[in-house]
Design a protein around this ligand. Structure first.
Ligand SMILES: [Zn+2]
Length: 644
């Protein structure tokens, strides 16, 4: 994901041009930061700047003369008299916050430090924030021996004593990273690729550099030249995975996982084009996670294994099916990933938009549209309407309705297959199909697959309105027909297509929670970790998702009492804890967690929340020894064709 740096609201007078020449000394273990910022600006009026309240009151000089300042950390005010260029020197020091290793995966909003390293994100006001039309930074960093400093921007000088970065013009405030790293470097053409890993992770360096080189080449070929000086991969003491212009900051615990190199790193690299290369106009919705997910996560999967890509599409629709209606949203409203529900819209639905667009435009117009969008908006801000304009230009198609229905609207279509009949014609067979959708309607090209004795045939049926009847002329006699069996449309899955998974219960704020047996404190703690949207304790309510958590015998009793089936035969008696989903009478999903004793229940605390996409699991202690998704039932979107 992309590190989102919140735009700064305007303060007092806006100066046309402000240059920062910063000297920062940082001692990570002591958490001490000392900064001198020499600011060059032109104009007069009141200079107002914001600075984190962590720092002592800054001292300020104008052209070498000390001056009293007024205000507070939200706005320190410096009176500037006379016209012409001024040099304002701001000096301050202070303790940084302890680096919060227990924080979430999205990074801190505050600059933090520890003996393991420091992370000072832009936007955390660790540097004076001044509103100006154009801002430039030159940042000189000094850290104790044994540490290295990396900042966003262009590396211009590197000595054992200090490192200098510059950004002119700067699109965002610099972010600074410090760690006890070894640096390894490789050149790919004129690109400088680096890893900054702790010595114990040095063995991973070559692999990371190779993936970086390969992926930068791949995306450069698809989109246009890589827009920065190089790319660095930094090990973080925090459990993060963040993308910045020209670098990514990845938690040291997850760096060894193959997933990070295979999927996460390409995603972060692609953010150099989408997000940091073309920047997001957040007011009209964040398009960059969807396009990055589509071209990196999905694109690499589809290239490797089409069946895995189909699984990925199904997984996205399955997750969307688990999303309660009140948590659904539009792409316009998506800004950043703050919880699971936002990911389902801002990443998955958004990626689907590009998938459907490619299906509609064809590879050539789509690929040229991507390149044109890059060419037009490189190192500028762009929104959904700019994407639309680029694809309209390369395809010659009017795409207003397409973008409107997928970007501005909340929700997705629900398809119906009403009737399929066939009759012989002189040339072969005429298959008449009646399909429909719920209201409000979408304009769709519905892919259909027709099964014949001679194999499968693929067609599309245009559906614009509540229903349509199409007649398809076929050479072979049709046996059965299925609507969108490969999940190429973003839509609500039909009931039989979606066997229940844990998320059907854990994402729904209406879920009722039933804790049974002697260890209810442990069960409650597990529920707290599991229920993304919270849950109400109490007796089951008909038609509402239900979670039952407790010890095995008590769970069996509760299931019987509420007319629910006991543990599925495939799981009974296995492991130390069993977790499964079922459908109550009336269709509401039920999640059951049955553990043999207190220790087995507590063992689920960490692992279980990661398995939201499963229908069932068997745990032996903390290890999931078996898991899976129940097989789908008969889909109402597939029908045997009847002869007329
Ligand atoms: Zn991302």
């Amino acid at each position: 994901m992309l590190a989102t740096l919140v735009p700064i609201p305007a303060l007092a007078a806006t100066f046309p041009e402000v240059g920062h020449d910063i000297d920062a000394r940082l001692d990570p273990a002591a958490r001490r930061l000392e900064v001198t910022d020499e600011i060059t600006l032109t104009g007069d009026g009141t200079l107002e700047f914001r600075l984190s309240p962590r720092f002592a009151r800054p001292s300020v000089e104008i052209d070498g003369a000390a001056i009293e300042i007024a205000g507070n950390p939200d706005g320190w005010r410096v009176p500037i008299q006379g016209t012409g260029e001024k040099r304002v020197t701001i000096t301050y020091l202070g303790p940084l916050a302890p680096l919060d290793a227990g924080g979430g995966p999205f990074g801190g909003e505050e600059a933090g430090s520890s003996p393991m390293g420091s992370f000072l994100p832009g936007g955390a006001a660790w540097l004076p924030v001044i509103d100006a039309e154009r801002v430039a930074y030159r940042l000189t960093v000094r850290v104790p021996a044994g540490f290295r400093a990396v900042a966003t921007g262009t590396l211009i000088e590197e000595t054992p004593e200090h490192t200098v970065y510059s950004a002119a013009p700067a699109f965002e405030e610099p972010s600074l990273f410090v760690g006890p790293w070894d640096m390894r470097e490789r050149w790919a053409g004129n690109l400088r690729l680096r890893t900054y890993f702790e010595p114990d992770l040095a063995g991973l360096s070559d692999d990371y550099l190779q993936v970086a080189e390969d992926q930068i080449k791949r995306f450069s070929d698809l989109i246009g030249p890589y827009p920065f000086q190089g790319f660095s991969i930094l090990s973080a003491p925090l459990p993060v995975g963040l993308g910045f212009a020209g670098l990514t900051y990845i938690g040291r615990q997850v760096l060894p996982l193959p997933f990070m190199r295979g999927q996460s790193l390409p995603h972060e690299i692609l953010h150099n084009w989408w997000g940091n290369g073309v920047r997001v106009d957040y007011a009209t919705g964040n398009w960059c996670e969807g396009l990055t997910t589509y071209m990196a996560d999905y694109g690499l999967t589809a290239e490797r294994d089409p069946e895995a890509a189909r699984e990925m599409r199904f997984g996205w629709l399955r997750d969307y099916a688990a999303l309660p209606e009140e948590r659904d949203g539009s792409l316009v409203d998506f800004k950043a990933r703050v919880h699971g529900a936002a990911k389902i819209i801002g990443y998955d639905k958004s990626a689907y938009l590009f998938l459907m667009l490619r299906d509609r435009l064809g590879d050539d117009a789509f690929d040229r549209g991507i390149r044109l969008f890059w060419e037009r908006h490189r190192l500028r801000q762009a929104g959904w309407s700019d994407l639309r304009a680029a694809f309209e230009a390369t395809s010659g198609q009017e795409l207003g309705e397409f973008f409107h229905q997928w970007v501005a609207r909340t929700g997705a279509p629900r398809l119906r297959l009403d009737e399929a009949t066939t009759k012989r014609t002189r040339g072969g067979h005429a298959l008449t199909v009646r399909i429909g959708q719920g209201s409000p309607t979408y304009r769709l090209d519905v892919p259909v697959v027709i099964e014949t004795a001679g194999g499968k045939l693929r067609r599309t049926i245009a559906l614009d309105g509540l229903e349509t009847t199409a007649t398809l002329d076929l050479d072979a006699e049709p046996v059965a027909i299925a609507l969108d069996p490969d999940y190429r449309l973003f839509r609500h899955l039909a009931p039989g297509e979606a066997p229940p998974i844990l998320r059907d219960v854990t994402l729904d704020p209406r879920t009722r929670l039933l804790l049974v047996g002697p260890h209810q404190d442990a069960a409650r703690e597990l529920a707290g970790r599991l229920m993304d949207a919270g849950a109400t304790a109490g007796r089951p309510v008909a038609g509402t998702p239900l979670a039952i958590i407790g010890t095995t015998a008590d769970v069996a009793e509760a299931l019987a009492e509420h007319g629910l089936r006991d543990v599925p035969a495939a799981l009974g008696g296995k492991g130390t804890a069993r977790v499964w989903t079922a459908s109550a009478e009336g269709g509401a999903p039920v999640l059951v967690v049955a553990a043999d004793d207190r220790a087995s229940l507590e063992a689920l605390l960490r692992p279980l929340p990661h398995y939201g996409r499963q229908s069932y699991l068997v745990f032996q202690g903390r290890e999931a020894v078996d898991r899976g998704v129940w097989p789908p039932g008969a889909s109402p979107l597939r029908r045997t064709v009847t002869a007329e």
